[in-house]
Design a protein around this ligand. Sequence first.
Ligand code: ADP
Ligand code: MG
Length: 264
Amino acid sequence: MILKYGEIIFKSSISVVYEATYGGRKYVVKIPSSKNTCTNEYKVLKMVNGVGGCIQVLKLIRPYPNKDLLGLVFCNYKFDSRVLNTKSDLFLDPTFFRKFTRTILQTVKKVHDKGIVHCDIKPSNIFVGSNNTPILADFGSCAEIENGVYDKYRTTEQYRDPTRIVSTTSLIDGKNDVYSLGCLLYFYFTKRELFTLMIWSSGKRDVLRNRKLTPGRILLSRRRGSKFSHKDVYMLQGLINKMTVFSKFNRISLVECLKHGFYS
Ligand SMILES: Nc1ncnc2c1ncn2[C@@H]1O[C@H](COP(=O)(O)OP(=O)(O)O)[C@@H](O)[C@H]1O
Ligand SMILES: [Mg+2]
């Protein structure tokens, strides 16, 4: 398979993502900037691709070795998260919101059942597939639950479980992702980050000093045009509060999230 490279979709210090074509079909190829960058992602994608049920994960077409770098070829999604996160009003509709976010939660649950914690759940890592279904992407930061891998500060700051800041040696488990998912729900509802980088950075000092940073009492305010009822908002607010509790012990589990009144 020799791909014809197209436009650059995304560029960071870690990787460059190109549009590419092969045999008249459009794909996306991610080329890492250094050796081993995509090896973790490739390993995890092989484990989670093709898992049955409702799993909505990034579809890996094949590895794409390029000199000594391991590139990855993916299915090209209709539009990526940028459209959904900036322009779309789809999240004003509670039926869409519920369906879309429930699918993300169910997908992350399936990933956990495979023994993997995603560790980098945030809006830009959720793509959009056909029929506006969510696709969980970017498995480059994943950790295996079994190994309880020591965390190298993976998740993007504002979405990172504060317990990972207090103790970087505590074991990773599914509840780390639950925190990030709580921040994600907040973002989809309000189109704002729960913590801007500035607030988060100052809050981080509190976490380290007295372990007190607890979002705890998040209040949701509806965006203009929202079709959510007061009850919907109240339920969602309760759920997000439970997902972002500081103490991992008291934090709701993913199974409990899916049984929460907001989804039933
Ligand atoms: N298969 C794809 N279809 C559409 N857009 C993609 C695809 N893969 C990556 N992208 C775009 O590239 C960006 C970076 O990809 P990602 O896998 O998250 O890399 P990184 O690990 O550098 O964050 C995504 O946020 C998205 O905008
Ligand atoms: Mg990413």
